[in-house]
Design a protein around this ligand. Sequence first.
Ligand SMILES: [Zn+2]
Length: 346
Amino acid sequence: MGESKAEGTPSRQAITVRGTIDGAELGHVLMHEHICCDLTNPAWREAPATLEISLETRFELDYRPMVPGHHVLLDEDVAAAELAAFKAVGGSTIVDLTTGGIGPEPAMLARLSERCGVNVILGAGFYTDTYVDEGTKSLPVEGLAEIMIGQIMDGAWGTDVRCGIIGEIGVSWPMTPFEERCLKAAAQAQLATGASINVHPGRHPDACREICDVLERAGADLSRTVLSHMDRTHPEDVDAVIALARRCVVEYDFFGIETSNYWMGVVDLPNDWMRLRALRRLFDAGLGEQVCISHDICTRSRLLAHGGHGYRHIHANVRPLMRDRGWSEAEIDQMLVDTPRRLLTI
Ligand SMILES: [Zn+2]
């Protein structure tokens, strides 16, 4: 399993928050999560938390999560329990794509990784325009690339904890000038380091195509580029996802969100079964090596501690669903082991 897809020699290494490891040690991977983050919209930063999580408010928070304080994941003991639960169902590695603007915590991630025995890989670069400070937004492509390369080679956010992937690079719709420079910088950082890129696309059916065009013109390797959030970008148009997967890697990363109401736009969100049906079509089209899955946890009510599904959900619950629906072990491992290993090793 996996050996033929590891792309070359066993010496390919992944960069974790505790140093480099052999690709084989990555094991079962979640490719897009947030363990420590603060995704509070800057417009709310002064507002107090208005809704405590209780049995009475939990459904409301899942249905309409845009509540101040709800997007802050900074409780180290809560995070440790979540990682332990992930490890208990066979998980080994979590990619934390918390980039500049949404509260990356490299030192806390390194402590959690050590404490729980779970590999953590942190993303380099910046989130969308709305979240980034004016100084960063004024930097040219070269300046942004220099920061990203430094985060991968030397350490991120004032620490010696290195990033192991670029992104999630945040892009809005329409794409802002800063976001376009950030994509070009990500391409330069990829050329310099070999790291993969993950992009959070704008909420529009044309967003992913435009992002791929910008990256490609800037010299990025689209075979090592992941476009996130297919669930809300192309919720019903699987043909569009199939077309995109012929250019880059596509990611369904809302697993565990079982509500149809999308809180950031007029979109009918799929549930886990619908995601699996879309993924089946990608595999049947011969694109099984071009797909990642994850939960993109970034709110408190999705954590086990607050009655949510936690980082364990895909391994504990979705894997059995896939077996019930006739997926082979090799296909499941393709998404959870082999493709992550290809993308995360350099
Ligand atoms: Zn994310």
